[in-house]
Design a protein around this ligand. Structure first.
Ligand SMILES: NC(=O)c1ccc[n+]([C@@H]2O[C@H](COP(=O)([O-])OP(=O)(O)OC[C@H]3O[C@@H](n4cnc5c(N)ncnc54)[C@H](OP(=O)(O)O)[C@@H]3O)[C@@H](O)[C@H]2O)c1
Length: 329
């Protein structure tokens, strides 16, 4: 195989230097399946890795990109044969393994999910880690008895990747979804994804009592910090909060009152280390009953590999709306 293009980050004196390079297959981290990549997508974590704003890479240099979808080119794993369509999210790509911003990707077979019936490769990457995480949150919340009857679901960081997919998926499932955003001007976008209401977050008006009026049936939180603390204080008895992100603040200051007096559950969501059977089941659902209905609205940008360097600052600044697809094929 000839060399191919990949977007690789080098850690130099504690700084990240990211650039497009030509690599050979034997320069990638080991794996028994080679994928001819068709699409990837940008997630917040990729922006942290590319800019060095967060410590993501555990080794250097490393091809970044936490998502990839494509077809198997060669396989020593009997579960996969050339031509199989596969999708990979999480699993340590861009942390310990060379990731998805590459024309060819080499990975252990255990990381791969067969592309579910009902999804194309491009759609799978419009969903990507963001949509997988939102669907996994819903799956966990419903295992813990979340239902539309409990009341509306608050989605924070609503206009970002996870937030957008959460609005689409939860509303499609019959939940009333309230989008909580910092952006002015995103109302039409958020309502177009299925949000019943759009609320502009004013952090200084969230109250300070150990228990506020219970208004949310449950919540999907991408922000952490004072917003997550407020959600714990304002979810109804037996409601669930999926803690997904820390885009605002990794801290959490609350009391045990919501958990003890209201039976509220705080569910930690980590899309990277989902047991394989659950991962496969969630992907099947994403091609079926949880299939997002508004992917073409959510994909707000499509770029080629060489356009990646200009893409990350908007994620760090929190000004990005929707998802960016990366064309590799
Ligand atoms: N646990 C997991 O497995 C997992 C998986 C995927 C992502 N994540 C995490 O989930 C979060 C969201 O990821 P994403 O890919 O959706 O990111 P994204 O596309 O960049 O969206 C993040 C959204 O959060 C809001 N935001 C950003 N910076 C903020 C700040 N400083 N203060 C307050 N709000 C801010 C913005 O929404 P508004 O303007 O609408 O408020 C922004 O659009 C990130 O922290 C990411 O690391 C975790």
């Amino acid at each position: 195989m000839q060399d191919f293009r990949a977007f690789r980050v080098h850690l130099v004196d504690g700084r990240s230097e990211a650039r497009l390079e030509r690599l050979r297959l034997d320069e990638l981290s080991p794996g028994d399946v080679v994928i001819r990549a068709a699409w990837s997508s940008i997630n917040y974590k990729d922006a942290l890795a590319a800019t060095g704003a967060g410590k993501i890479l555990r080794r250097s240099p490393l091809v970044i990109g936490v998502d990839v979808a494509g077809t198997v080119e060669a396989s020593e794993d009997p579960r996969f044969v050339p031509g199989d369509a596969v999708v990979v999210v999480g699993c340590g790509l861009s942390e310990t393994h060379d990731g998805g911003f590459s024309e060819f990707v080499r990975l252990p077979g255990d990381f791969l999910n067969p592309l579910p019936a009902g999804l194309g490769l491009r759609e799978a990457m419009a969903i990507g880690t963001a949509g997988f995480t939102a669907a996994y949150a819903l799956h966990r919340m419903e295992q813990n008895e979340q239902s539309p009857a409990l009341g509306p679901i608050a989605v924070t960081g609503a206009s970002g990747g996870v937030g957008s997919l959460a609005i689409d998926i939860f509303s499609r499932r019959g939940y009333e979804v309230h989008a909580l955003t910092h952006k002015t001007g995103a109302d039409d976008y958020l309502r177009g994804l299925g949000a019943h209401e759009v609320r502009h977050l004013e952090v200084d008006k969230l109250g300070t009592r150990p228990l506020e009026r219970a208004i949310w049936g449950g919540a999907v939180d991408n922000l952490g910090g004072s917003v997550l603390a407020w959600l714990t204080r304002s979810v109804v008895p037996l409601g669930n909060i999926a803690s997904i992100g820390l885009a605002a603040d990794p801290g959490l200051e609350t009391t045990v009152m919501p958990f003890i007096l209201r039976g509220v559950s705080l569910l930690g969501i980590n899309s990277r280390d989902v047991p394989r059977d659950t991962r496969l089941a969630v992907w099947q659902r994403l091609g079926g009953d949880l299939r997002p209905a508004r992917l073409e609205r959510i994909v707000t940008r499509e770029v080629a590999l060489d356009e990646l360097p200009g893409c990350f600052d908007a994620y760090i600044a929190g000004t990005m709306t929707g998802r960016t697809l990366v064309r590799l094929g």
